[in-house]
Design a protein around this ligand. Structure first.
Ligand SMILES: *Cc1c(COP(=O)(O)O)cnc(C)c1O
Length: 385
């Protein structure tokens, strides 16, 4: 296997991280669309049934998914990884592997909606206590810690108000007390932020979003130390939310251009945020790359780019927002983000009553990789109309 070398750029490293000549000499990763793998004899069968082994039965692992895991590990600086059926498959498998009745879990007030559901409904129904804190305050994390706290779930930046969590501060707080930290880094991607370098134990991605990047697959990933991933793998055998080889193969194709795409998402996000902030029809703009963002300094200290996710208010309120979205030509109204084309959403239309009043009037735009001038022109003509 070619050994990826630290110091090289992300794209060079990821192009080489998964290459395995023993596997196949094809330059493009092969698809192992197989559930079964034959053993030479009984002893060999025993040999391949190891933790994280990928040539036994696909619920236990699959060579194509292993390759995807290796690439994500390379980008995140992790030892081991597990590919799941979706981002929610990753987070639910991790949580169900790491906590049990009587434990306490800390999460943030703002999370991806599925994580909120796990914290508010699922875990309490199994006798796990949960507390949600304002992610902007390290003190709130500190004072929420109890003797039985086992896990802290983080997500930064978070949709829709783009709050940032101080990863270094919270991770060190947790580490001193032996509490595991799990960071959903979906929106940042490993190009813009590496939670493990900030001290987090475990990183989760919805591969469905930027890593896949083409609106065509559903998958999730967990990466961390070998020890923690083996623990989760052991539970995932039974929970069964394991990734499909074909989706891993699609993701391996998509992730090869991750850095190029994220550069363009970053550029479009920054340009659009600045344009919106200067437009007279627009109220507040929420984007971590704007100096007006209350946590801009923190964002800059742990992110190398600010991504393609932004939220803003139209001074005309809800009606203006509905009209604005209907006038966009290149931006589609759709629920999921992170692919090559831009999408716009009113959080109110998507999440309804689950949202606080604070975010009801916001509009979200997640720029794709369209040419920046075209994207700005489209948003400008829709605002003017
Ligand atoms: C989409 C998303 C998830 C869930 O991922 P799926 O692949 O849709 O299951 C989790 N966290 C964040 C931040 C997301 O954007």
């Amino acid at each position: 296997m070619k050994v990826a070398t630290p110091g090289l750029g992300a794209t060079t490293r990821l192009l080489n991280a998964d290459y395995d000549p023993a596997d196949d000499t094809s330059v493009s990763p092969p698809l192992h669309q197989s559930v079964n793998f034959s053993a030479r004899d009984a002893a060999h069968l025993h040999e391949i049934a190891v933790p994280l082994g990928d040539r036994y039965y696909t619920r236990r692992g699959n060579p194509t998914s292993s390759r995807l895991a290796r690439v994500i590990c390379e980008l995140e600086g992790a030892q081991s990884g597990l590919i799941t059926a979706s981002g929610m498959g990753a987070i639910s498998t991790a949580v169900l592997s790491l906590v049990r009745a009587g434990d306490h879990v800390i999460g943030q007030r703002n999370h991806y909606v599925g994580i909120t559901e796990i914290l508010d409904k699922i875990l309490p129904s199994f006798g796990v206590e949960t507390t949600r804190v304002d992610q902007r305050s390290v003190e709130e994390f500190a004072s929420a810690i109890k003797p039985n706290t086992k896990l802290i779930i983080l997500e930064t930046p978070v949709n829709p108000l783009m709050h940032i969590t101080d990863l270094r501060a919270v991770a060190s707080l947790a580490r001193r007390r032996g509490i595991t930290t799990l960071c959903d880094s979906t929106f940042a991607t490993p190009i813009n932020q590496q939670p493990m370098a900030c001290g987090c134990d475990l990183v989760m991605h919805s591969v469905t979003k930027y890593l896949g990047g083409h609106h065509d697959l559903l998958a999730g990933a967990l990466v961390g130390t070998r020890e923690i991933i083996e623990r989760i793998w052991d539970r995932s055998l039974t929970l069964g939310a394991i990734g499909a080889p074909f989706n891993s193969w699609l993701a391996l194709r998509g992730i090869r251009t991750l850095e190029l795409r994220i550069k363009q998402h970053n550029d479009n996000g920054q340009a659009l945020a600045q344009f919106l902030e200067s437009h007279s029809a627009v109220g507040k703009v929420f984007y971590p790359g704007l100096p007006s963002h209350p946590q801009y300094a923190l964002a800059k200290s742990q992110m190398s780019g600010f991504g393609g996710l932004l939220t803003f208010e139209l001074k005309g309120g809800h009606e203006a927002a509905v009209a604005f979205i209907s006038k966009l030509k290149w931006v589609s109204l759709a629920s999921s983000l992170g692919g090559v084309s831009s999408v716009a959403i009113q959080p109110a239309a998507l999440f309804g009553e689950q949202l606080s009043q604070e975010v009801i009037d916001q509009q979200g735009i997640t720029p794709g990789i369209e040419n920046t001038t075209d994207l700005l022109a489209d948003v400008q003509q829709a605002l003017e109309r």
